[in-house]
Design a protein around this ligand. Structure first.
Ligand SMILES: [Zn+2]
Length: 365
């Protein structure tokens, strides 16, 4: 069996930048990760199932049926964010002082490597406290399409979604929603602005209203997860300095709390906006996560980690599974603060410890 370290390095070396973020990159990266994992599982004779989610972008599944009443799913995503600001080749994994550097190293190829290794180890032993499913899913960084597709057919008493949690079990996190706010006007020569309709003005009014909404939310702390947040992070509008702009738009990012629904949040925002701006249907939406820690499998995993459970601001595949009725938590080696940065890395000691935690979790009582 290949050691986890080699598997992690091999996975980092596969360029799997999300084609949803950078359509100009090879769209095959996620499929290449699946092909690598299929070959890895093939050696001890395990079959994998590939299911295409988006054109050329599959999910991969493998199952170990030990005839147990419960099933645990180990799921991690195959895509990464781009790495334009990286010094050197971000896909050439460098090992320095016991740490592996490279794009995707902690987000989430370390989790993929640990999950694959633990799955293969359970197969080799021929027993585990529950049946296991391994899932490698696409499109986490830009849309959750992989986990949404997986959630429609997976059976699980617990899903462990791999993300860098520093080995803590994450049971609660905020949700995310992103949408475009648009205003339409009528262009004309800027020497006669009264003949046109300037689309930037209503958008500016709307942005100020959203800023006020963000301030109101910032005082509404709930459920120990902090507050909802809202930010306007990109604006676009106009075509030339001497043309009255016919259109203007802004990208809005909302971080929601458990219990929030997309409809209710959008209704609340709409009620504060001028009628001449339009909220377009969200292009990204992931719910918040709130998994009870007294579920026996969750308790067992927290005990195996020997660390206190945590909550987080960022959204993950776990909430997608959870919304589909599959109890889910997040767990994996690495530090989320390094994910998406030009210093992304994962300490090998944490990779080994993550594997030991899963081993304790898997062990028969
Ligand atoms: Zn990420």
């Amino acid at each position: 069996m290949k050691d986890i370290r080699s598997v992690l390095k091999d996975l980092v070396a596969i360029r799997s930048v999300s084609p949803s973020i950078r359509p100009e990159f090879s769209p095959d990266g996620e499929a290449d990760v699946c092909a690598y994992l299929s070959a890895l599982f093939k050696q001890p004779g395990l079959d994998c199932e590939l299911r295409e989610v988006l054109p050329g972008r599959p999910n991969l599944f493998a199952h170990l049926d030990f005839g147990k009443p419960q099933t645990v799913v180990l799921s991690a995503h195959t895509d990464t964010v781009p790495a334009e600001d990286w010094e050197g080749d971000p896909f050439d994994p460098i090992e320095r002082d016991g740490t592996i550097f490279g794009r995707g190293s902690c987000d989430t190829k370390a989790s993929l490597a640990v999950f694959a290794h633990s799955f293969l180890e359970a197969a080799r032993r021929g027993d585990c406290a529950f049946n296991l499913t391994f899932a490698a899913v696409c499109d986490e960084e830009a849309g959750f399409a992989g986990s949404q597709a997986a959630a429609t057919h997976l059976k699980a008493d617990l899903v462990i979604a791999g993300e860098p949690t520093h080995l803590h079990i994450l049971t609660r996190h905020k949700g995310v929603m992103r949408f475009v706010l648009g205003a339409k006007g009528k262009s004309c020569h800027s020497a006669t602005p009264e003949l046109g309709v300037n689309a930037i003005y209503p958008l500016a009014t709307a942005i100020t209203a959203l800023q006020e909404q963000a301030e109101r939310w910032s005082s509404e702390e709930r459920a120990g997860l902090g507050t909802r947040t809202l930010s306007v992070n990109m604006i676009e509008g106009g075509q030339a300095a001497n043309v009255i702009p016919a259109s203007a738009s802004a990208h809005v990012d909302v971080r929601s709390l458990p219990g929030d629904t997309q409809e209710a949040l959008l209704d609340e925002l709409r009620s504060h906006l001028p009628s001449d701006v339009e909220i377009h249907a969200p292009y990204l939406a992931g719910p918040a996560l709130e998994t009870p820690e007294d579920l026996p499998l969750v308790r067992r995993l927290i005990d195996a980690s020997t660390l206190p459970s945590i909550s987080a601001n960022y959204a993950t595949d776990a909430a997608v599974y959870s919304a589909a009725g599959l109890p889910s938590v997040v767990f994996g080696p690495g530090d989320i603060a390094l994910a998406h940065t030009d210093r992304e890395s994962v300490p090998l000691a944490q990779v080994e410890t993550a594997s030991a935690i899963l081993q304790r979790f898997f062990d028969l009582d």
